[in-house]
Design a protein around this ligand. Sequence first.
Ligand code: PLP
Length: 375
Amino acid sequence: MSNKIYADNAATTRLSHNAYEAMLPYLTEEYGNASQLYSFARAPKTALRKARTIIAECIGAMPEEIFFTSCGTESDNWAIQGAVQKRLDIVTSSIEHSAILRPCQYAEKEGINVVYLPVSKEGIISPLTLNTALSNGRKLVSIMYANNEIGTLEPIAQLAETAHRHNCIFHTDAVQAVGHIHINVRELDVDMLSASAHKFNGPKGIGFMFIKKGIDWPSLIKGGAQEYNQRAGTENIASIIGMAVALQENVASIDDDTQHIRKLEDRVIKGLSEAGVSFKRNGSSMHIPGNISLSFPNAEAEVLLHRLDLLGVSVSTGSACDSKKTQVSHVLSAIGLDEGYAKGTIRISLNKDNTLEEANTIAKIISSIISNNRI
Ligand code: PLP
């Protein structure tokens, strides 16, 4: 990637070098099965315990409230499919990730009533709107912490409080938030929280679910007795360790990284404005650091993405495209973005690894593509 600029960190991130180093012994030497009783299982078992404690500390939880899963998608499925097993109706939002929306469609087929709350034009779910949807009976409320397309941070503490006033269980898909903003599950008072390591410089294919002590939530993956009988399957020790190291590292530098990333954001926006490019920034001023959703009027996002790619810059589109027609994403539709803007929407997601020089270059390249009418 030497002369390439990676600006799609909301899709995935580079593996932390320290995480990689910490993982190695558990792939090569200490490969024992942590569930076994003999001494060869001692090192992986100890490492598993340590990783659980580190992760719990990073989000203000207790170790026994952390359950390792294979990814954010599995954690989200666990929340929604648990509601189906418990026959609880669900209230969620119209801007959730497909890891929530697809299981919700399944829940509806299983006879569960699912309400999809609308959002403001900044992508915010109002606690008042949630309140009106919670009149009768215990439900599962699942609202994402940070939106993956436009970066908007939701008022999770107020939403959880609203849910609890109605005796409901509150889950948050915090896949885009964990490791990027300070999170304390006690202060937020959430009952369940999903996370995924590859979004915070950990390895791919590993995630976790926080389930508050006392919440009786049915398991999704049934089989062996791993994870306190709650999530079966031999633990992926190396990845769990990599996840813990990466999270600890990210959490320790959140404040410095946020400062740096905000400067990068400003540089991109300033660069485009100074070049006289016409654009609209989506989302709210309360957003996850580094997420810049930009809509260029009358542009084709996919063409812009390919032109940027040819010039060495990786970003993603805010709209899924097929060969004939650009499909406007459900998030951009939910915030009421005009189709002329929605079709020309890209997501630049910067993180601690990006430099000011890269931010300048991104702005310059986009400006030259747009001003030369090459989209
Ligand atoms: N939820 C959100 C908000 C996401 O952004 C993603 C991934 O992009 C997921 C869930 C799924 O996570 P994973 O890739 O670990 O399955």
